[in-house]
Design a binder for this molecule. Structure first.
Ligand code: CA
Length: 427
């Protein structure tokens, strides 16, 4: 077992029993204060732990990691140290903050490396080098396919044979809390004879999770499903904002473009694949059998409970979806094996999103497109209003956590509030 995952561990730092961040989590992120530049950190309860300071105090001295890795805008250089080093740092942090094994007496120095989360700014943790979006939930693909092509042709002939994906934009991935401006674009309204340009009217979220590549491959190398997880550093919650009207008009024949690229929001704490080890579950049976390079052994799905709230500007909240990452038809190892099977190389910082994570029942659908079934079944809000899609002023909040045998490991949340479209700056 990975040392830091030991469910018996208990920190001397206060942790709420409902916290997503017990000592067994130890995610990685980036923060800054009014007086300090960006530094890497972890989190226990609501305590933000400054890894640059821990390193400076000598707690990582035997690991021989340059200080610049920790005083850094992103965790990319840290991930690039490799899984063994990152695991050693996570284990060491765990020892330093455990109430029984703190042989370094770190608890006497906490004022030098601990901040209350309210006193710091949490930043985008990863310099995203490339972003790939998969389409790996069979329930989501079936729902969308049924809406647009009918139930007989819901899944395209390739769907059960390969994890369908497309290359998105890394430049517009933002951290939780960043306002999202309603995009403008070209649309073909149902009653129109020519396209129009204007603010998106069918703005949607997509409930997804994303994994982050922590190790590069060379061009010409293909990862096996067995090796693939060694290249995955960790995961975040991912809201892949979508402009359905722009998407519908533009997507044939080459797939999503401007209807997707204006923004995606991620949660700020990168939860390591190591920390999620305890929550592995079998995936769905894949029928027909997949090609040999996509076959895998062991449990590759993860039991992560997911939910989505819509909050109005007045603070009225409605939960619109409860789903689970374990529903994924294609797992992350298969996605990465497929991603590299043509020899395309991966970089540290590449982000791969799952695609919308829908379950079998309408209360588990991961987008408003499905929840409101193209706007035909509006969602009632507690204030008497209704939602078919997302309105200006609404905030969409996604949460995710795993729980088993009394141990809870979570991601916190990713939220984004919609601000009205404004004319773009022409330069
Ligand atoms: Ca997506």
């Amino acid at each position: 077992m990975i040392k830091a995952n030991n469910p018996e561990l208990k920190s001397y730092l206060s942790v709420d029993k409902d916290s997503d961040f017990p000592i067994q989590n130890i995610p990685f992120g980036v923060f800054k204060t009014a007086t300090q530049p960006a530094r890497l950190c972890t989190r226990i309860g609501d305590h933000v732990i400054d890894l640059f300071s821990l390193n400076k105090l000598g707690f990582f001295i035997d690991l021989k990691i340059p200080a610049s890795v920790f005083e850094n805008d992103y965790i990319n250089d840290f991930m690039a140290l490799g899984k063994a080093q990152c695991r050693a740092v996570r284990d060491r942090i765990s020892e330093l903050l455990d109430n029984r094994k703190d042989k370094w007496n770190a608890h006497e120095l906490t004022e030098h490396f601990i901040h209350n989360i309210k006193d710091v700014e949490i930043l985008l943790p990863v310099k995203v080098t490339d972003y790939t979006d998969f389409y790996s939930s069979i329930e989501h693909a079936t729902n969308v396919g049924t809406m647009f092509r009918g139930v007989e042709n819901a899944l395209k002939p390739n769907w059960r044979h390969l994890p369908v994906g497309y290359h998105g934009r890394a430049s517009s991935i933002v951290v939780s809390g960043t306002p999202i401006k309603r995009p403008c674009g070209q649309q073909m309204p149902a009653d129109a004879t020519a396209p129009v340009y204007g603010p998106c009217r069918l703005l949607d979220f997509e409930l997804e999770m994303a994994f982050i590549v922590g190790q590069a491959t060379k061009q010409g190398e293909a990862l096996s499903t067995k090796a693939a997880e060694d290249y995955i550093f960790g995961m975040v919650l991912f809201n892949d904002w979508s402009a359905r009207d722009i998407q519908k008009w533009e997507y044939e024949p080459l797939g999503p473009f401007l209807g997707k690229s204006f923004a995606s929001s991620i949660s700020p704490w990168v939860v390591t694949l190591d920390a999620l080890e305890h929550f592995r579950v079998p995936g769905p049976v894949q029928e027909p059998a997949v090609l040999p390079y996509l076959q895998y052994e062991g449990h590759r799905n993860l039991d992560i409970h997911l939910e989505v709230d819509i909050q109005t500007p007045e603070g009225v909240v409605q939960t619109v979806c409860r789903s689970n990452f374990k529903y994924m038809y294609w797992n992350m190892a298969q996605q990465l094996a497929h991603h590299t099977v043509n020899g395309c190389n991966l970089n540290v910082g590449d982000m791969c999103a799952s695609g919308t994570i829908s379950g079998k029942t309408p209360d588990s659908y991961g987008s408003m497109l499905e929840i409101s079934w193209r706007g035909t079944k509006p969602v009632a809000m507690p204030d008497g209003t209704e939602r078919k899609f997302i309105q200006d002023g609404d905030t969409v909040i996604m949460r995710g956590m795993s729980e088993k045998d009394g141990l809870r490991i979570g991601f916190g949340e990713v939220s984004g509030a919609i601000i009205p479209a404004t004319p773009l700056v022409e330069v």
